[in-house]
Design a binder for this molecule. Structure first.
Ligand code: PEP
Ligand code: MN
Length: 338
């Protein structure tokens, strides 16, 4: 990091700062200008809260040079991480499409949807059994019986299952039933949850928080890796902006930024990003063209009757079209989409 002292800082204050930083294991390179002094501070600042330096009255500016994340950093591991999700690999050259309803609603609904998304080309099934709804009066998901239905779908259709965990007490049951544990946007900074997920080895789909920066998102992934679980897939699902035409704004630039900063794979959720089924295919195309490793798309056989997110759910035939067009785009950017 670089520290700039305020103009006129006394030599004794500068020296006491030198002692303070050296006492914490840092090496100091001093640069004395006509009116200001700078310290180039060398050492691992990941465990040090650099903002705490502003507590000293003579500190003007502190700038971090190194990223605060370590294990997710591409500088530490230059090769792409490939996450094995019950036999489906996410992060390699092949693009993986995950499809399914927002929520498990009934045995018939999940069975029909699973058979149709599989036929259309989905390699994993998504569906929530525990739903984080804005209103306490909205459908909250089927809970444990929803997970049981998902397990049945896995056995019947041999598709790995992605489902959202909201409460750490439910983890043992998730361990037995799902292949990928989704951490929803609202829980991206639930650090107690992230720490527990660091202790297991199951893949984690970490969605970006509604108003989180890429650095905050990567710090959340860092929690999971720091705990010992390397199997993290990032999911950009749109962020809050001033725009009201869409539910969120898909941050397409997150794709190249994530590819540069981290070795973890990134997939895109065009459903929650747009909030409208009409826009989903366009965002999906853009995501593949921009280098995403996959998509997670909401599909419902009768969106008009869906208990959640029907407005952004594709009918199965539209989903099939989306897979076809994304396959063409994948080929054009030297990727494959099985
Ligand atoms: C979901 O995937 O159904 C969901 C609730 O997503 P998010 O956490 O991105 O809002
Ligand atoms: Mn949803």
């Amino acid at each position: 990091m670089i520290i700039k002292f305020k103009e006129g800082t006394s030599r004794s204050d500068i020296e006491s700062m030198r002692q303070y930083l050296m006492g914490r294991g840092f090496e100091i390179h001093e640069s004395i200008g006509q009116s200001i002094t700078l310290f180039g501070v060398v050492g691992d600042t990941t465990k040090y809260d650099i903002n705490s330096l502003y507590a000293f009255k003579y500190i003007d500016t502190v700038v971090r040079i190194q990223e605060p994340f370590k294990k997710v950093n591409r500088k530490i591991k230059p090769t792409d991480t490939i996450v094995d999700c019950g036999g489906v690999l996410v992060g390699g050259n092949n693009i993986v499409i995950i499809g399914g309803p927002c929520a498990v609603e009934s045995a018939e609904q999940i069975d029909l949807t699973t058979s149709l998304v599989k036929e259309a080309g989905a390699k994993m099934l998504r569906a929530g059994a525990y739903k984080p709804r804005t209103s306490p009066y909205s459908f909250q998901g089927m809970g444990k019986s929803g997970l049981d239905l998902l397990k049945e779908m896995k056995d019947k259709y041999h598709l790995p299952i992605v489902s959202e965990l909201m409460d750490i007490d439910d983890l043992p049951y998730f361990m037995d039933t799902v292949d990928v544990i989704q951490v929803g946007a609202r829980n991206m900074q639930n650090f107690a949850l992230l720490k527990e997920l660091g202790k297991i080895n199951k893949p984690i789909l970490l969605k970006r928080g509604l108003a989180s920066t890429i650095e905050e998102w990567l710090m959340s992934a860092e929690y999971i890796l720091a705990g010992g679980n390397p199997n993290v897939i990032l999911c950009e699902r749109g962020i809050r902006t001033f725009e009201t035409q869409t539910r969120n704004t898909l941050d397409i630039s997150a794709i190249p930024v994530i590819k540069k900063l981290t070795h973890l794979p990134i997939i895109i959720d065009p459903s929650h990003a747009s909030g409208r089924w009409e826009y989903v295919e366009s965002l999906a195309r853009a995501a593949i063209a921009a280098g995403a490793d996959g998509l997670i798309v909401e599909v419902h056989p009768e969106p008009e009757k869906a208990l959640s997110d029907g407005q952004q759910s594709l009918k199965p035939e539209r989903f099939e079209e989306l897979v076809k067009v994304c396959r063409k785009i994948a080929l054009a950017v030297d990727r494959t989409l099985d």
